[in-house]
Ligand binder design. Structure first.
Ligand SMILES: NC(=O)NCCC[C@H](N)C(=O)O
Length: 406
């Protein structure tokens, strides 16, 4: 039996391999009109954004972490003709074109492209003006969708690789995204899982699949220890999905407890990791604005669905599940309510631990960074003035594939 590849048994073990996406032309397809639909709040400046992302990647590489990129992995698997054909068909089907003639023409068009071009279009999208004006009979849908500029919509959120999938133990969750805007991202991961030899599909269990009904996004999944996972019940992740994945984990992995963390359903706190992350063995950073409202439930193995126990507080749930005498919550924003809210909007609590007590954050969140330092955390700051405009921080921009066990 070949050795497994994926391994994440904590949030804080030394980061060895991470999956990233360098922002590309998909960001230049954002216009004010489609910002909301594409889950953005602003128009980033791509050139600067790329520099910032390169800085993020280099920092991790300098600390001994290997960086994998979506494009490279896709390029590698799409060299195979059959996989390429299926991929093209799936992309076109995913775009909800609902016009068989146009679908066929798009498939033919993409088949004439090189692997690199296909990957570029799959990510950056296909603008109607970039498609040859082939004479064809117009369907009703062509008239109805005439204002929409794309045949293949761009994926500006792909650089938030965290949300697409999550490695839990030695298995993979390919997540079901809440919105259509991010749906195709998970299809990429499924292709990589199925066909890239590095992922060793034959020995890598799949905990969740993007074709499932209930939404589950990676920003809500925190692997706290080899036996405990916390999952946010949020704007993006449903209670039903938490029950489904928990029951599978209890049956087939080393996970014995899942802490479901109920957070307010709003855009500002779309995932658990926008308000709460682990920074050391017994230390977490938390946005004080939610501390009193958040609720925790402990899930353990049940017959058909998990047993659910409401807990007195999140701290109690963590202490109990992690078997620790005390847990320290480090409040973001340096103790000031307004600063905390402003810095949370800019992802101050979205820290990425690259080793126990060592985290990556945006340099703009000065008060929160200072507070972390006062609590003995090493804070590595990166530039993120453009990256932050997609509403995500270092944790959102990284999907750990391998971490050292603690
Ligand atoms: N884990 C995260 O909080 N990811 C950030 C995702 C931001 C992206 N614009 C989205 O709305 O999905």
């Amino acid at each position: 039996m070949p050795e497994r590849f994926l391994n994440v048994s904590s949030e804080i073990g030394k980061l060895k391999i991470v999956l990233l996406h360098r922002p590309g032309r998909e960001l230049e397809r954002l216009t004010p009109q489609y910002l909301q639909e594409l889950l953005f709040d602003d128009i980033p400046w791509l050139k600067k954004m790329k520099e910032e992302h390169d800085g993020f990647a280099k920092m991790m590489e300098d600390r001994g972490c290997q960086t994998y990129y979506y494009e490279t992995l896709l390029d590698e698997i799409l060299k195979d003709r059959t996989i390429r054909f299926n991929f093209i068909t799936d992309i076109v089907t995913n775009c909800n074109i609902k016009n068989v003639d146009l679908e066929r023409l798009l498939i033919e068009f993409l088949q004439g492209k090189t692997v690199e071009e296909i990957v570029e279009i799959a990510i950056a999208g296909l603008h109607k003006r970039d498609f040859p004006d082939i004479e064809r009979e117009l369907h009703l849908v062509d008239y109805i969708r005439r204002e929409y500029p794309f045949y293949i919509n761009p994926l500006p959120n792909l650089y938030f690789t965290r949300d697409i999938g999550a490695v839990i133990g030695e298995g993979l969750s390919i997540n079901k995204m809440k919105t259509a805007a991010r749906d195709r991202e998970t299809m990429f991961l499924k292709y990589i899982y199925q066909y890239h030899p590095t992922f060793k599909r034959e020995v890598t269990p799949l905990w969740y699949d993007y074709k499932e009904t209930h939404s589950l996004e990676g920003g809500d999944i925190l692997v706290l220890s080899p036996k405990v996972v916390a999952i946010g019940c949020s704007e993006r992740t449903s209670a039903a999905a938490i029950e489904t994945i928990s029951q599978r984990l209890f049956k087939e992995s080393n996970i014995e407890k899942v802490i479901a963390v109920e957070i307010p359903c709003t855009r500002a706190y779309m995932h658990l990791d926008t308000v709460f992350t682990m920074v050391d063995q017994d230390k977490f950073t938390i946005y004080p604005g939610i501390e009193d409202t958040v609720k925790a439930y402990e899930l353990t193995a049940g017959k058909m669905t998990p047993k659910v126990k409401p807990m007195d507080s999140l701290k109690d749930a963590l202490k109990n599940a992690l078997n620790l005498p005390a847990i320290k919550f480090i409040q973001s924003g340096g103790g000031d309510e307004i600063t905390a809210a402003r810095e949370q909007w800019n992802d101050s609590t979205n820290t990425l631990a690259i080793a126990p007590g060592v985290v990556v954050t945006y340099n703009r969140n000065e008060s929160s960074n200072e507070t972390l330092r006062q609590h003995g955390i090493e804070v590595i700051e990166i530039e993120g003035s453009e990256l932050v405009r997609g509403r995500g921080g270092p944790r959102c921009m990284s999907m750990p594939l391998v971490r050292e066990d603690l």
